[in-house]
Design a protein around this ligand. Sequence first.
Ligand SMILES: *Cc1c(COP(=O)(O)O)cnc(C)c1O
Length: 371
Amino acid sequence: MATSYRVPFVDPRKHYQRIKSEVDSAISDTLAAGDLVLRRQLADFERRLAEYVGTKYAVGVASGYHALHLSLLALGVGPGHEVITVGHTFVATVSAIIHAGASPVLVSVGEDYNMDVEALAEAISERTRAIIPVHLNGRLCAMDRLQALARQHGIAIIEDAAQALGASFHDRMAGSFGSAGCFSFYPFKALGGIGDGGAVTTDDPVLARTVTLLRFNGEDRETAELHAHGYTASLDNVNAATLDVKLRHLPRWIEHRRALAKRYRAALSGVGDLRLPHFDGTTHVDSFQNYVIRTSRREALREHLFDEGIETLVHWPKPMWEHKALGLDDPRLPETERICREVLSLPMNAELTPEQVDIVTSSIQEFFAQS
Ligand SMILES: *Cc1c(COP(=O)(O)O)cnc(C)c1O
């Protein structure tokens, strides 16, 4: 079935074909020059990424997970500290906290799937050392209220912006609000690499330097002095060269996603019991990493779409704490549990056509009309 979807969730082959010549030259030029590890192409990409996000620095790392983990370490987060994040996120957000030696405190999300600021306020304790708001699906959290709270309590913010490169709030880009912004270039993110990759953005020269040391086994490459027990976690140079090519296209790809989101919205408003994602408002520009709808009949709808040749995904089918091996306490977040039962991610990517969106929306209308 996977190869015969009429509307696949993502289409990596089509994505490559449309930029093939540029990507091929970036890769072959980089390989021909023997530029494999921490070379000019990485520095160029980091400079351009920082400029795009609006920070002084960007440091390429091996993944979004590493961006989070190294940011926590660079801020001195460790054993005895609590880090507040949301229960409704990708597991890597929480694994980074655990691997830093700190305790995750999971709070609820609001209607837009982002951190509930009141829940955050209640969760702050003497031991809270950092907050990780997650800008889910390409929509920013209420950063004004989050920053006010963090400032009042003297707590650092690390943004999990893995799904939000190019999205903004009050004209400021994701990744430019916190002490650190964490990005992922996992192949199916809006800016996807040829394998795993990530970056930390920051205005803080000390944080940028610490992450730069930690990603390369703690070594200062100029002096060979080892400053810490670090990690082998830099962003591959060949990957950086392709990301640099793709970053130039990203603004147009995001415009395309936004146009598709509008099309979904126009066709699906008022259909069945569907709840559709927010669209902008006066404060946000959303990048639509995912287009997530909500319905009490999720499983039946998903099956219907599958039968119609439409691929959908569920982010995520059960709350993290129900995966017993993770050893997480049940944070008692009934709304997050409901979300896990009700959300469905529809096809959304830069290669998706308006006609494919129409196939999806007609199938959904048909499903709700039949029953
Ligand atoms: C993708 C993602 C990550 C982790 O990124 P990787 O590059 O896969 O390690 C972290 N948080 C969120 C919200 C993500 O979507």
